[in-house]
Design a protein around this ligand. Structure first.
Ligand code: 5CA
Length: 471
C-alpha cells in the first residue's frame, strides 16, 4: 500500500493516520475513533510534555463528566454557545431523571459551583488547576479524526481564579507562554491571534487563539486562552474576602488544548513517506537495521546488538526480522522514526554504521565508537531545528499580504491585511469566502509584515489581521 501524495492533503491525512496506526477510523459511531497502541504512545509522549508544563503552576484535578442541566444553563452566553452541541442523559435505566445530565462539552459549569466553595479568602487565590479528560460535543460540521471529534478524548483544560481583571489578564499572557513553549517543543509553527468579538468563547471577555496552517492552506485552531472576567464568578457566586474585609467577585481564565495538537504534529511535518516526528515524541526514536548476507549474519548482528545496548537510554528497535531491508525502511519511515542505522558485513568489519535522518534522504557513514548518547541528543536537537525551520518556511509561503479586498478570494491560504476594530469592516472582509481569524496578538518571527496600517475597508487605523478557510 502506498500513501497518496501529501499534495492531496485530505486523502493523505485520512490514509496516514490509519496506515501509520494512529487512529482506527472504523468505530461505528460518527465522530468517535479508536486510538491504536502506536498512536496512543505518541499521545502519551506529547501529553507528558503538556503535563510537565502545566504541573509547574497548576494542580491536577478531576471533575465529573456529568453536569446537571441546572448548572450548565446558568451562564446565559455560555449555554447559548453550547446548546446545539450538548449530549443529554435523560434516563437512568428506564427511569426518567429529575434533572437531565449533560455530558460535559467543557467543564466550567462542573467546576465553578465547586470553586464557589473552595474560594473564601484572598489567601485562596490565585487558584490554578487543570485536568485532562474526555469531553463531548455534538459537532455538525464535517467530523475528522483528531481534528473535529464528537468525543474529544484528550481535552487538557486549565482553569484559574484571580483577585481582579488585571491579574487574570497577566495570567492570560502566561498561559500564552505555556502554549508557545509546548508548540515550540513540537516544532509546530503557530499564529497567536485575538478572536473577533463575534467569535470568542461563549461567556468570555476575550479569546486568544493559536492557529496553525495546514498543508492545504486551511487553518486549524490548536489551542485557546480565554479571559472570563467576572462573568462566571457573578453567575456562580465566586467571591473572596479581601484584606480590607470587603467581598469581591473573582476574575477567571481558562485555556484548552485537545488532540488537535497531534493532528498538527502529523500534518505539519509529515511527507509522502509518512510521519516525520521530532525525536522526543517518537515512539521509536532509533531503528537499527542489520543488512544480512548468508554466512556473515553473526558479525553483523553482533555489531547491531552492541550499538542497541549502547543506546539503551533511548527507544531503540533492532529490526532483525525476515523482511528485506527495503521493506523495513519503508515501514519505519511510515512510523516517523527520526534516526536510522544500517549495518552490513563490510560496515561491521570496518567498525562503522550507515546513518540517516528521517527528514533528510542522504545517508552517511559514522564510526561505531563515536556513537553515544551525547551525539544522538545533538542530532535530535538539529533535527528539531530543521523541522521547525522547514515548517515555518512552508507556513510563511501560505500567508499573503493584500492591500485590496479583491485579492482575498483568490489566495489559497491565509490572507493578512490591515483592519480596524469596527465590526462592520470585519464582516465586510468575510464576504469573500474566508473567516476572520482576528488580529495578531504578536507577530511570528517567520512573518515579516507591518503590524499596523490603514484599514483595508474604511481607511481608518488598522492592525494586522488574518483571514482563512478553517478546519
Ligand atoms: N473551556 C475552554 C478552554 S478549555 C474551551 O472549551 N475552549 S474551546 O472551546 O476553544 O476548546 C479548546 C480547544 O479544543 C480548541 O481551541 C480546539 O483546539 C479544541 N477543540 C474544540 N472543539 C474540538 C473538537 N470538536 N474536536 C477536537 N478538538 C476540539
Amino acid at each position: 500500500m502506498t500513501l497518496p501524495s501529501k499534495e492531496n492533503f485530505s486523502e493523505w491525512y485520512h490514509e496516514v493516520i490509519q496506515v501509520a496506526e494512529i487512529m482506527d477510523v472504523r468505530y461505528p459511531v460518527k465522530g468517535l475513533y479508536v486510538w491504536f497502541p502506536f498512536g496512543f504512545k505518541i499521545r502519551q509522549l506529547v501529553y507528558s510534555k503538556l503535563r510537565e508544563i502545566m504541573d509547574r503552576e497548576h494542580d491536577e484535578v478531576y471533575f465529573p463528566a456529568l453536569i446537571p442541566e441546572t448548572e450548565l444553563g446558568k451562564e446565559g452566553e455560555h449555554i447559548k454557545g453550547f446548546e446545539d452541541e450538548v449530549y443529554w442523559i435523560t434516563h437512568g435505566g428506564l427511569t426518567p431523571l429529575d434533572v437531565k445530565l449533560a455530558l460535559r462539552p467543557t467543564s466550567e459549569t462542573a467546576m465553578y459551583p465547586m470553586f464557589r466553595l473552595w474560594v473564601r479568602n484572598h489567601a485562596d487565590l490565585p487558584l490554578k488547576v487543570y485536568q485532562v479528560v474526555n469531553t463531548f460535543r455534538y459537532e455538525t460540521k464535517h467530523t475528522r479524526p483528531l481534528i473535529r471529534l464528537r468525543e474529544i478524548t484528550s481535552f487538557k483544560e486549565a482553569h484559574t481564579v484571580h483577585k481582579d481583571f488585571e491579574e487574570a489578564a497577566e495570567h492570560v499572557k502566561k498561559a500564552i507562554g505555556f502554549y508557545k513553549e509546548f508548540y515550540d517543543f513540537l516544532a509546530v509553527p503557530y499564529m497567536v491571534i485575538r478572536r473577533p468579538e463575534w467569535d470568542k468563547f461563549p461567556g468570555a471577555a476575550y479569546t486568544i487563539a493559536f492557529d496553525t496552517v495546514m498543508p492545504d492552506g486551511r487553518t486549524l485552531q490548536i489551542g485557546t486562552v480565554h479571559h472570563l472576567a467576572d462573568h462566571f464568578a457573578r453567575t456562580f457566586d465566586i467571591k473572596y474576602e479581601a484584606p480590607n474585609g470587603e467581598h469581591y467577585y473573582a476574575h477567571q481564565t481558562c485555556y484548552g488544548i485537545s488532540e488537535r495538537c497531534i493532528a498538527a504534529l502529523i500534518s505539519v511535518h509529515g511527507d509522502d513517506q509518512g510521519l516525520v516526528l521530532p525525536f522526543e515524541v517518537a515512539p521509536v526514536q532509533i531503528v537499527i537495521i542489520p543488512i544480512l548476507y548468508k554466512g556473515k549474519e553473526e558479525a553483523v548482528m553482533e555489531a547491531c546488538k552492541e550499538l542497541a545496548d549502547k543506546l539503551n537510554a533511548f527507544r531503540v528497535v533492532l529490526d532483525g526480522g525476515e523482511e528485506r531491508p527495503g521493506a523495513k525502511y519503508y515501514k519505519w519511515e511510515l512510523k516517523g522514526v527520526p534516526i536510522r542505522f544500517e549495518i552490513g558485513p563490510r560496515d561491521a568489519e570496518k567498525g562503522v554504521a550507515v546513518a540517516s535522518f528521517r527528514d533528510e534522504k542522504k545517508k552517511f557513514e559514522v564510526p561505531l565508537d563515536s556513537i553515544n548518547e551525547e551525539l544522538i541528543l545533538k542530532w535530535a536537537e538539529e533535527l528539531k531545528q530543521r523541522l521547525k525551520e522547514a515548517a515555518a518556511e512552508r507556513m510563511a509561503e501560505r500567508v499573503k499580504f493584500v492591500e485590496t479586498t479583491g485579492e482575498i478570494a483568490d489566495w489559497d491560504g491565509v490572507v493578512a491585511l490591515h483592519l480596524c476594530s469596527n465590526e462592520d469592516c470585519g464582516h465586510q472582509v468575510e464576504e469573500y469566502g474566508k473567516s476572520l481569524l482576528g488580529w495578531f496578538e504578536e507577530l511570528p518571527e517567520w512573518l515579516d509584515l507591518e503590524p499596523a496600517g490603514k484599514c483595508i475597508v474604511c481607511g481608518g487605523e488598522g492592525r494586522l489581521a488574518a483571514l482563512a478557510k478553517t478546519y
